[in-house]
Design a protein around this ligand. Sequence first.
Ligand SMILES: Nc1ncnc2c1ncn2[C@@H]1O[C@H](COP(=O)(O)OP(=O)(O)O)[C@@H](O)[C@H]1O
Ligand SMILES: O=c1ccn([C@@H]2O[C@H](COP(=O)(O)OP(=O)(O)O)[C@@H](O)[C@H]2O)c(=O)[nH]1
Length: 259
Amino acid sequence: MQRTVTDSFKLFQGLKVSFHRSTRAFSVSPINNHEVKVKRQKVKPSQAQNTKGPHPLAILAVLSVGVSAYVTLVKSRGGPGSGKGTQCAKIVQDFGFIHLSAGDLLRKEQERPNSPDGELITKYIKEGKIVPMEITIGLLEKAMIENDSNRFLIDGFPRQLDQAHAFEKEVVEATCILFFDCPEEVMLKRLLKRGETSGRSDDNRETIKKRFKTFIESSYPVVEYYRTLGKVHTIPCTEGVDEVYAKVKPILNEVLKQK
Ligand SMILES: Nc1ncnc2c1ncn2[C@@H]1O[C@H](COP(=O)(O)OP(=O)(O)O)[C@@H](O)[C@H]1O
Ligand SMILES: O=c1ccn([C@@H]2O[C@H](COP(=O)(O)OP(=O)(O)O)[C@@H](O)[C@H]2O)c(=O)[nH]1
């Protein structure tokens, strides 16, 4: 199917205005529920002029072109180490999603010289706690704007109900959730092994225990919330990487077929 390049933004509830690059014309039409809808645009007009495209609206194309799927991943009970990052890499190969790991974005921001949030992020990650959502949502939103795609795979987010509500209201709604279900003892073993080479400040027994606790208390309710919306696909993941992926692939094929 040929896609037309159209830059759109939401006008009112259920209506959007679109800018068609080829004809340079605007049109107003009902919002297609399957489109990625960006509900907030933080890029200032001055920045917009420095970006590609004929009009500031072009920036919105990054997030609102055509038929799209947005898959967000949350983790299993005790979640860290369930193998979600590993599966994301395979999904990217087969389905061409842009993979955004909330944890990776936070670690990158933590290392960025003069970051106003660097110290705070370091403290929260070391304690296995959830970084204040304004920081994480801001980083995700920026990364989505920078990546020219209509398929985003958001890994390890949202980790708390208020994050889920804020992200859905202000940025974009999830198409589906892949929930990697893995017993704690398996995850502990995988994380300790990963910790031998990862260099991560949180891949040690003490912080891992704290991360498991945070997951059960704060993140698992997110899975339950999305379950009430019928968006959760649960994937047992104690088997090997390829066996787990063999369960993931048909789910995504089915999800994308419906888009
Ligand atoms: N199915 C699997 N079987 C065995 N080891 C795995 C599997 N999936 C991932 N791993 C390993 O477990 C560790 C944690 O996986 P990772 O994808 O980083 O988890 P997460 O992103 O959920 O924290 C990594 O070292 C990875 O290589
Ligand atoms: O939305 C997020 C994602 C991650 N984190 C922090 O980043 C750490 C590592 O998360 P990541 O997803 O990278 O690793 P995982 O816990 O899945 O192994 C978490 O324990 C949190 O401290 C956070 O605060 N908010």
